[in-house]
Design a protein around this ligand. Sequence first.
Ligand code: KG4
Ligand code: ZN
Length: 341
Amino acid sequence: MRVLGIETSCDETGIAVYCSEQGLLSHALYSQIALHRQYGGVVPELASRDHIKHLIPLLNQALDDAHLTKHELDAIAYTAGPGLIGALLTGACFAKSLAMGLNIPAIAVHHLEAHLLVAQLDTPNLAFPFLVLLVSGGHTQLLEARSLGDYRLLGDTLDDAVGEAFDKTAKMMGFPYPGGPKLAQLADEATLDSNIKLPSFPRPMTDRPGLDFSFSGLKTHALTAWQRSDQTDTARQIIAKSFQDAVVDTLLIKCERALNETGHRRLVVAGGVGANRLLRTKLAKVMQTRQAEVYFPRLSFCSDNGVMVAYAGCQHLLKGSRDLSHQIEVKARWPLEEISL
Ligand code: KG4
Ligand code: ZN
């Protein structure tokens, strides 16, 4: 089965072809970062218009790279939510029209399910059930993945998502949008004198039971530390490092708690913040000590892309899901527990 995947939920246009027998055949990606940078964040209307501009060239590129014509596709998968409504609609209309024209099924994919399933691409024997730490620009969740399409929410953020907190903290220290990866890089490469004592940042909500998160206080903590500092490069490094240490420790504490509470021995990390090096290294160590397993998607597939949509769509197609209706429905908000395909 050859499935084309289309991702347009936010500021990346991604198209890929995944084959159930041969694996990933091609993927093409266009990032709108440069477009939104001057506004300091994603401008939804500009995102939608830009997706429209890039969908056809990316489709042609993905098909060429896979050495296929569109008539050799078996289904078209597209991100149906959650995300920016206009951006989702561009991908959904494109996918459904293409599927109708080719008389093949369209498959509505949940963006977060696509994020968490893509770890299976490089680890096909990664079987359900497993625990998921989903960390992106819009979500911070701990989930139990029971089977394809069956997920239970164990913990969620009460305010900012972890990627959002990274981006906002970076922005207030003068990094251009999206500053999260740059802030992480600065923290990783910080060359601080050993006699510098890092300020203590809180590990929010770890002093009480439960698996929920809160990152807005940590962001305010960083802002106060920045305002009180001499605002030099050294101050930037100190705050970046203290902030990242606090975020990663907090995520680690909650992951261990979730593993203890559920008894799961496999953990999948998904979403853009899954590319964070400190998080990957520290989690790998903790899981090794516990003699448990942790799986990360390939670095390039942590952030939004068409591959995860093609892969997730293919899994649902193999399970029998298909949509031949002419109705186009997308959802800006769509809890993962409510997937009903
Ligand atoms: O999953 P994603 O591409 O988009 C959403 O669905 O949100 O995640 C993007 C988020 C951004 O907030 C970005 O700053 C963050 O992931 N991010 C990182 C790193 N790379 C991306 N945050 C911390 N460390 C990183 N290395
Ligand atoms: Zn995403």
